[in-house]
Design a protein around this ligand. Structure first.
Ligand SMILES: *[C@@H]1O[C@H](CO)[C@@H](O)[C@H](O)[C@H]1NC(C)=O
Ligand SMILES: *[C@@H]1O[C@H](CO)[C@@H](O)[C@H](O)[C@H]1NC(C)=O
Length: 451
């Protein structure tokens, strides 16, 4: 009878012992657990470094959860079977960290901040059957850490950012041994991207340490991706978009110069809204596929003669909202296929230096351009640059008086009649791509010229 009186409460306690390992049961447990436990037969509790030590079902528990601990304490009893350390601040599991707890059957380390497990961390735990490491920061570990644990049957390591690269190979192989059914279930790779989300149990182990074990994400990607990868500087600062066109978006990145190592296969490049002051020679030399270059909203003062060298296929160049006064002679010579040139909102200076630009435009009638208005000197402010140039050339002495009030801007300003007059005159069919200065020809000009 006496024996029964002792055994019966113990058996009843068996049922309540199990949930103590689950994280959610702890909150309710902590409040009244100690007091309640005292009233029960066969349960001994005492404080150990603020941890709760108690016995249930004949096994000793040490509950040190939620205590801001970064490691285990020397003072803790060594004869415990279950050590609960969930929700502390442990970061590293050092060699022999638990080796004094030789009787340990379960070790709960979940919800710490563990990022490293040294190979000998679990040395001496030959009786351990349950190891809980979920919700930590582990990226890698080797099978060595499991070698001291011959009895291990439950291992929880999910919700860790596992890096499925070569160093993880031996651990993954161990987890995939068929008899290890409850080791490492649910754990997934966080990287590399090609394996992200793949279960450790399902990773193709032979690929982890293969020489080319870092394949490009999704092998079927177009080869166009590779040159982008090699150019770190521009790529680390700017976004690249693959679709619809290969676009390098460096807009509003506080750039003071053109980024080095521009990818060679970019089709559109947006460098707008930066602080670039100067375009140096050959900075776009390798961007042979570039069709659109946006330099709007910078602080461009100077464009060196060979700045656009190599941009053979550039069709659209946006230089609006800069600080340009004129173009140096020869700057535009590389732009064979340019179709659209935005020059608005620059302080164009109408003196002899501006003539090259007009000359070039005249010889490239296919270029649709906007924004060529004199800002300086004062007497020509607001004039269309083309009109200024005509005046300078002395073709039209009276033009200055009549053209000062001309509000027309851009190629669309001219009427069809005027355009046709010029076509007839030059013998070239320009269509609506006709440069502004050729289309918008004042009647008065014709009269004077004919006389
Ligand atoms: C260039 O960038 C500016 C500012 O982001 C934008 O307003 C403009 O439309 C762009 N130009 C072209 C040709 O896309
Ligand atoms: C011109 O560029 C400046 C500086 O990037 C920007 O703040 C401003 O909004 C731009 N103006 C226009 C009309 O785009």
């Amino acid at each position: 009878m006496r024996l029964l009186a002792v055994l019966l409460p113990l058996l009843l306690l068996l049922r309540s012992a199990e949930p103590r390992r689950g994280p959610r049961s702890k909150v309710g447990e902590r409040g009244g657990g100690r007091v309640r436990g005292r009233g029960r037969v066969g349960v001994v509790r005492r404080q150990t470094q603020e941890c709760k030590e108690y016995m249930e079902a004949g096994e000793k528990y040490l509950d040190c959860q939620d205590r801001q601990l970064t490691t285990v304490m020397q003072e803790w009893p060594t004869d415990i079977q279950h050590l609960l350390l969930a929700r502390n601040k442990i970061q590293v599991l050092r060699d022999n960290m638990f080796s004094q707890f030789t009787q340990l059957k379960s070790l709960d380390l979940q919800q710490n901040d563990i990022s490293r497990v040294e190979d000998g961390a679990f040395a001496g735990l030959s009786k351990l059957t349950t190891l809980l490491l979920q919700h930590n920061s582990l990226r890698t570990a080797s099978e060595e850490v499991l070698l001291p644990l011959p009895r291990l049957t439950y291992l929880r390591i999910y919700d860790n950012p596992w890096s499925c690269l070569c160093p993880l190979d031996s651990l993954v192989r161990t987890l995939q041994v068929p008899s290890h059914r409850n080791l490492g279930n649910y754990a997934k790779c966080a990287e590399p991207p090609s394996l992200s989300g793949t279960k450790l149990k399902a990773v193709n182990v032979d690929s982890l340490c293969a020489p080319d074990a870092r394949p490009e994400v999704g092998g079927g990607r177009p080869p166009i991706k590779k040159p982008i990868k090699k150019k770190p500087e521009a790529l680390s600062m700017c976004h690249t978009y693959m679709f619809p066109k290969l676009l390098l978006d460096c807009s509003s990145k506080d750039l003071n110069s053109i980024p080095a190592d521009l990818p060679s296969d970019i089709v559109k490049m947006d460098l707008s809204h930066n602080g670039i002051k100067h375009l140096r020679p050959k900075q776009f030399l390798l961007s042979k596929d570039l069709k659109m270059l946006n330099l709007s909203g910078n602080n461009l003062h100077d464009i060196d003669t060979a700045a656009f060298a190599g941009l053979l296929y550039l069709r659209e160049l946006d230089l609006s909202n800069n600080s340009l006064h004129h173009f140096q002679y020869g700057v535009l010579e590389d732009l064979y296929f340019l179709r659209k040139l935005s020059l608005d909102d620059n302080p164009w200076v109408c003196d002899y230096n501006i003539h090259y630009l007009i000359y070039w435009l005249k010889h490239h009638p296919g270029v649709y351009y906007t924004g060529l208005t004199c800002a300086e000197p004062r007497e020509f402010r607001g004039w269309r640059v083309e009109d200024y140039v005509k005046t300078y050339n002395g073709e039209c002495p009276k033009e200055r008086q009549t053209e000062g009030t001309d509000a027309g801007q851009g190629p669309q300003g001219g009427s069809e009649n005027e355009a046709q007059e010029v076509v007839g005159e030059t013998g070239e069919a320009h269509g609506d791509r006709l440069p502004q200065h050729l289309r918008k020809k004042p009647k008065k000009f014709e009269v004077i010229r004919l006389s």
